[in-house]
Write a protein that binds this ligand. Structure first.
Ligand SMILES: *[C@@H]1O[C@H](CO)[C@@H](O)[C@H](O)[C@H]1NC(C)=O
Ligand SMILES: *[C@@H]1O[C@H](CO)[C@@H](O)[C@H](O)[C@H]1NC(C)=O
Length: 213
């Protein structure tokens, strides 16, 4: 009984702590806002969402280069009838997982389902030496990329964008002041969609949709 009780108190104070941490995060910076889905409901870390281009529709999916058997490229295509890949967001305040997702704050983005050819379905940025060293969003690890491919160490972020409940993605390289906006890069050959990139040819304004369960 006693241990159950102290456990409850412990979890309650933990929740309170997380709540206060989140609040102070919000109030410490004018640019930090709670990220919401397309219906205006706050995103919940660890919950599944679809990402789609604001205004036009379409989806986020995975594709492969002509040289690969494994889908490791994060692509955006215009398919509206078939759902894309579900993602989840996570954000930590120090070692404490946050209970909401905030703009302009370092976070991780990960596909909910992982194919067996990749070790991880977490989004990353790689420098593509086959495409003029431009930087693109992918998943997996060094084993999925041509030898010598640079994978950037850093974190993604989400910024408020112009349209209602719409956002843009960004990425900050670890331990440097370098942060870049992520846009869309024209389709490459047979990949079947536009890559997401620092070296964008087009903006990428996105909305999030909760998965109906
Ligand atoms: C890409 O980067 C590598 C390593 O920094 C360099 O050796 C190579 O010349 C670059 N390629 C292009 C096309 O800029
Ligand atoms: C890609 O974009 C980054 C960030 O703007 C820039 O530093 C880099 O030089 C660009 N690379 C190419 C090949 O345009």
């Amino acid at each position: 009984m006693n241990s159950v009780c102290s456990l409850t108190i412990l979890s309650l104070s933990f929740l309170l702590f997380v709540f206060i941490t989140n609040l102070s995060l919000v109030f410490s910076n004018d640019n930090v806002e709670i990220v919401v889905d397309k219906n205006g409901i706050p995103l919940i870390p660890g919950t599944s969402y679809y990402i789609s281009p604001a205004n036009t529709g379409g989806r986020i999916t995975l594709g492969k280069t002509v040289d690969s058997d494994c889908s490791f490229l994060v692509l955006q295509d215009d398919e509206k009838m078939i759902y894309g890949r579900q993602v989840k967001f996570s954000l930590s305040v120090g070692i404490i997982p946050a209970s909401l997702i905030f703009t302009n704050t370092a976070l991780d983005i990960e596909f909910v389902y992982k194919d067996s050819c990749v070790e991880s379905s977490k989004w990353l940025i790689f420098v593509d030496n086959v495409n003029n060293n431009k930087s693109f969003v992918g998943i997996g690890g060094p084993e999925n990329y041509p030898q010598g491919t640079q994978i950037l160490n850093g974190k993604f972020n989400i910024k408020k964008s112009g349209s209602e409940n719409a956002y843009k993605f960004g990425f900050c390289v670890k331990e440097t002041p370098s942060c870049w906006d992520i846009g869309r890069y024209m389709s490459i050959g047979e990949e079947g969609g536009r890559r997401l990139s620092f070296n964008a040819t087009e903006d990428f304004e996105a909305v999030f949709a909760a998965i109906a369960t």
